[in-house]
Design a protein around this ligand. Sequence first.
Ligand code: NAD
Ligand code: AHE
Ligand code: ZN
Length: 375
Amino acid sequence: TVGKTITCQAAVAWEAGKPLSLEEITVDPPQKDEVRIKVLYTALCHTDIFTLSGDDPEGAFPVVLGHEGGGVVESIGEGVTDVKVGDHVVPLYTAECRQCKFCTSGKTNLCGAVRATQGKGVMPDGTSRFKCKGKELLHFMGCSTFSQYTVVSKHSVVAITEKAPLDKACLLGCGLTTGYGAATKTANVQAGETTAIFGLGAVGLAVVQGAVARKASRVIAIDTNDGKESWARKMGATDFINPMKLEGQSIVEKLIEMTDGGLDHTFDCTGNVNVMRQALEACHKGWGVSTIIGVAAAGKEISTRPFQLVTGRKWQGSAFGGVKGRSELPGLVDDYLAGKLSIDDYITHNTTLSEISKGFEYMKSGECLRCVVDM
Ligand code: NAD
Ligand code: AHE
Ligand code: ZN
């Protein structure tokens, strides 16, 4: 199908550190192997805020941000067979082409098909589909859901059942899948194991949910914001610690004392490199595994004594929860519909595209887990 250029509204990030600006933009038709989506809902993720701040070394401007969306396929380019016009879809910032070295390895959910161009903010052919005021706008994380219409690679989108409301399912586009998958796939927490989760935003709370689903014996939730305790308990955490309120003891000492030598699994969901070190050092000697999920600001590096690793602690990371989007995301939607995975609880705020900047303020307030934007 040869489509027409669409004119619509989008929240444009013209430059780092400036608020988003509501603009009329044009969205070109999908080219070969591309899909144009009418975005109905998008949630905000901490990573959008991080990129807008200018702290992402890969961040480039002007850009259409957003990567936690849900919508309907408006048109498809030649060569697209897995989704059709009208399908309900979730864009995927971790693509799945099923052919590259990564996809066929059986070892990772990362995909090599579109990642290089995605990182540069362009489609796989090296060009952008967005224009505003005569200027080209870059794409973001292969998704760009802060626009009423977006174009993505056919490898970067998955159809989901129409039974799932898109204003909820959009959260599976990043935060929930990331946290839940980090516990159940990347770390593969087993029944009876002990876990500790640093940082209780939507990502950390979804790790809590994953650890609880796996019947972890201890799910210790840690946050500097006391307001997060009730959320963590609601998701099934067995303990809550505010590390700022420990007297005469570090969080690492406290965790080691509570768990007879350290945790089987820890997770960083803060993006703070000092917390990442604490998470590693709170692992049990000989076998504890720490999984980094948080995204650190430009120029930050992690450190620890190599002795921590020599004595059997392991450091690993997780992108999109180790989930292969096209193959596995529909299963998470089924879990949601079956009541096994909660999504609704995470939606603490709602807003509209014209008031998306309010959503950013909510996210920064510490009281918001996810804000869903009605496009
Ligand atoms: P968020 O800002 O909502 O949550 C972060 C939480 O960490 C907050 O509750 C905050 O109070 C807490 N915190 C801050 N400093 C702390 C400290 N020193 N000790 C304990 N807790 C502390 O963010 P989010 O949307 O849940 O995302 C969490 C992180 O995960 C971000 O860095 C985000 O960029 C990253 N992320 C990574 C992936 C991935 O695939 N790897 C996906 C989504 C998000
Ligand atoms: N661009 C940053 C790194 C950003 C990063 O680590 N992104 C996470 C997803 S965050 C979702 O909210 C990720 O999964 N990355 C894997 C990938 O392939 O990008 C930088 O430091 O350059
Ligand atoms: Zn995200």
